[in-house]
Design a protein. Sequence first.
Length: 380
Amino acid sequence: MSLTFHWFLPTNGDSRHVVGGGHGTPATASGRDRPPTVAYLSQIARAAEDLGFVGALTPTGAWCEDAWLTTAMVSQNTERLKFLVAFRPGFVSPTLAAQMASTFQRQTGGRLLLNVVTGGESHEQRAYGDFLDKDDRYRRTGEFLEIVRQLWDGKTVDVAGEHLRVEDAKLARLPDPVPEVYFGGSSPIAGEIAAKYVDVYLTWGEPPAQVAEKIAWIRGLAAKEGRTIRFGIRLHVITRDTSAEAWAEANRLLEGFDPETVKSVQAGLARSESEGQQRMLALHGGSRDGLEIHPNLWAGIGLVRGGAGTALVGSHEEVAERIKEYAALGIEEFVLSGYPHLEEAYWFGEGVLPRLAAEGVWQHPVGERRASAAQVPFAG
């Protein structure tokens, strides 16, 4: 089995400092250091493609650029890289979403992956005109995926659900291939939706013991539905030639956290309805102390950023070992990021991936790293 690695397109801006935002909190001022232009995001995408990442996650929400539009433009500057487009079912009809996915597949040569985000913050959802509560949003997500999957199967769909209704819905052209659906959630109802509809269940970077519990939970629910699901994890990375260099970089990032910004972000995230977000907050408790919560697993990012708040920190060898530790639990896909995203892609791609390849747990999607005229050389 070859592990799969994805990178991240920072459509909220990039920096040599952590760019906060997400789960109802705005992007921090550092996001203006490198604005998320198509040109810059394309640099990151081309680097990820060359290094051997399969896809790139693009987030969704008021704190970042629209994922559909951005990836459609960036896709024209890449050849192989897939785009893990995050979107919220409540903001678009299922028939239109199925059609958009079909169009994306044709125009990019089948390079769309879908990250379905139910939405954990009611106040942010209401800003978009969505006034359902959290559990109802998950129920709607289930109805949404039921309709979309039937449309992708070429069926004519008539559904009168609790939240969604379509009549005589049918796609003129089917997606080829059908996009894989990625999904995450820690609440009981999220587990039910995952078990029935998704291809890859994503968890944020909790310590291995907690990740093992989640995998067992979802695997058991999927088995009751007669299905098997793959598992992925969302993490940041800070990897260097030596452990000391990596931790020095983590400490540099930590020293750049303005205390008032940390206080404001933590107050905002404390109101989050997302169980996953609350689990992230519990890893650090808002404190700068004791942030290494498992060997090489650092919870510092979560002090200023919503969502994924942990990073693998260490030498290339140590980070590779932690990846194998998660893989031994059943994690097959790793969705990674780092600040800045261009440089950190090279640190990981040139430091960690070759070690994993040498051990036979990863191989470049095209067999070997290819030189590209569009490649941006990493200078340090």
